[in-house]
Design a protein around this ligand. Structure first.
Ligand code: HEM
Length: 527
């Protein structure tokens, strides 16, 4: 057997010293303030990771631990201390009522090199965030949303043509929907084809961002920051190269789309949109700071709307495949209220409460952000006898709230009726908690709500989705699988999308939607 060498003794001594120091600090800390919230045991280096049933889906364990530790839990994720909020009551108390303490976001050394520091959801709480939020609020506040109804309706109708012409390729059609309505609302730009240059640019930037800032890669770069300082030609170190490519893409994407609006403005060819409205407000005297924020906010909107909308619409299709009885009921309501000679529009919404109940149940059943987005505290705080340290990450466990058995019995079941009174009217539970809490609550939630409603209602008016059939005509069972990460979405599943309007053809859909000209130029459909 090999004798342990001096390196072994040195490593062991360093480890013991580190463990003693951590223990002393913990002991000292615990004497100088009230206790931290309860939580699972924590080990040096790995923290509480070994306590998780599935470390890739921590929200499930946080929810299970609720019965042992309660609504507020303290846990270490590797070296990061985290406070987990497991109930609506605590989220309201902390994130809303103490918003001056709980509205900051955890910093990361990787945002700037990857050109992600202008993303509002990641931005520190402060003046820069306030300015971004103000610029963003103007076009996306509730009162402004009707301005965008025509663009949203158009986006939803375009998606119907894609489903009709190429039903098997449904993930790509769903992907195009947010791209289409967001480019309209922020740049008054309508992508003409699926490989539109602006859509491609934006999607490429997002791909680079998601690939570069995955949880694993971020952890490595945060632990070894020198990796980002190595020259990009350095072999075996992909981070710097990925960062440079992503940063360049972020510059390109912000500038090209912005410049395009300015060019069109000079010839009077731009309608209301985030960029043009702000430039008009400056009256020809371009303020450099505001201009930069407008460029950044516009580009960020694409990122914020994409994955969230795609995920929610995919959950919708999955729910309809697994629960045909819900689909039939929703379609019966649409047929009763709207009839067969036209398609639903926003004016029909009050008469279709079941459709709203379906949308709320989709957001509840599999929320896009099962743990919201992490916040951090700007000062230390005391809550219900517990100490909440300054700078701790605060995770609002949305999953625990949307799967709270007391409020939503049998929470894994898909039941839109949860949101309806016996007389069929909607309850006051609007499921806004899926959009976060307090000052950092989703700044796009009104447009998200309108776009999702029109997308699912238009779909159900014209199509049904069913399980796919095998070569013997037997239904292929669907076993839902979800991606993991900060956002989650169902993995692609086989399904059959079939039209339910009479004489299902491009011509008939053209009549119903009134998008004739568009169809010919966009999808190359023969006359
Ligand atoms: C299903 C659709 C969506 C869901 C479920 C959703 C959810 C969320 C959540 C949970 C947050 C984080 C809140 C927090 O930090 O506590 C957020 C932030 C944000 N969302 Fe959304 N979102 C959706 C769609 C959109 C859309 C369509 C837009 C843009 C048009 C948008 C723009 C934003 C922005 C700008 C923020 C950052 C707010 C801030 O930090 O002040 N979201 N969203």
């Amino acid at each position: 057997m090999l004798e342990p060498g001096p390196r072994f003794y040195l490593a062991t001594s360093v480890f013991v010293l580190w463990a003693v120091r951590s223990w002393c600090r913990k002991y000292w800390d615990s004497r100088s303030h009230p206790p931290l919230p309860p939580g699972p045991p924590s080990l040096p280096i790995v923290g509480s990771i070994l306590s998780f049933d599935d470390p890739m889906r921590p929200w499930l364990s946080f929810n299970t631990w609720k019965s042992t530790y309660g609504d507020i839990i303290y846990v270490r994720l590797l070296s990061k201390p985290v406070v987990v909020v497991n109930s609506e009551e605590v989220a309201k108390d902390l994130i809303e009522l103490r918003s001056t303490i709980y509205s900051d976001k955890p910093p990361s050394i990787v945002y700037k090199p990857f050109g992600a520091d202008f993303m509002m959801p990641l931005m520190p709480y402060g003046d820069r965030w306030r300015l971004h939020r103000r610029i963003f609020h103007q076009p996306f506040r509730q009162a402004a949303i009707p301005t965008y109804h025509p663009a949203l309706l158009r986006g939803a109708h375009k998606m119907l043509f894609s489903f009709l012409q190429d039903p098997a390729n449904y993930p790509s059609h769903i992907q195009m929907f947010p791209a289409s309505f967001i480019l309209s609302t922020v740049y008054d730009y309508e992508p003409k084809t699926k490989d539109d240059h602006l859509v491609q640019l934006m999607q490429r930037y997002l791909e680079l961002l998601v690939a570069g800032l995955g949880i694993g890669a971020t952890m490595v770069m945060e632990t070894f920051p020198f990796l980002l300082r190595l020259p990009s030609w350095c072999p075996g170190v992909p981070f710097k190269r990925a960062a440079v490519e992503c940063l360049q893409a972020s510059h390109r994407v912000k500038e090209i789309a912005f410049q395009d609006v300015k060019d069109r403005m000079s010839t009077g060819q731009v309608g209301p949109c985030l960029v043009a409205d702000n430039l008009n407000r400056m009256n020809g005297f371009e303020d450099e700071v505001i201009t930069t924020v407008v460029k950044e906010a516009a580009c960020m909107a694409f990122a914020a709307a994409s994955e969230t909308t795609i995920s929610t619409l995919t959950v919708f299709l999955l729910a309809m495949v697994l629960h045909p009885e819900v689909q039939v009921k929703a379609q019966a309501d649409i047929d009763r209220v709207v009839g067969k000679d036209r398609l639903p529009d926003f004016d029909d919404r009050p008469a279709l409460p079941y459709l709203d109940a379906v949308l709320r149940e989709i957001l509840r059943w599999h929320p896009v952000f099962p743990m919201g987005l992490p916040h951090t505290t700007t000062t230390s705080d005391f809550y219900k006898g517990y100490f909440i340290p300054k700078g701790v990450n605060v995770i609002v466990n949305t999953w625990a709230m949307t799967h709270n058995e007391k409020k939503y019995p049998n929470p894994d079941e898909f039941k839109p009726e949860r949101f309806l009174h016996e007389d069929g009217s909607l309850t006051s539970d609007t499921m806004t908690l899926a959009f976060g809490w307090g000052r950092r609550k989703c700044a796009g939630h009104h447009v998200a709500d309108a776009s999702l409603w029109i997308a699912i209602t238009s779909f159900l008016a014209t199509f049904s989705v069913h399980k796919a059939l095998d070569e013997h005509g037997k239904e292929i069972p669907v076993h839902p699988k979800f991606s993991t990460g900060i956002t989650i979405h169902p993995e692609t599943f086989p399904c059959r999308i079939v039209p339910r309007f009479e004489d299902a053809s491009v011509e008939k859909l053209t009549k119903l939607t009134g998008l004739g000209l568009f169809v010919n130029t966009t999808y190359g459909v023969p006359d």
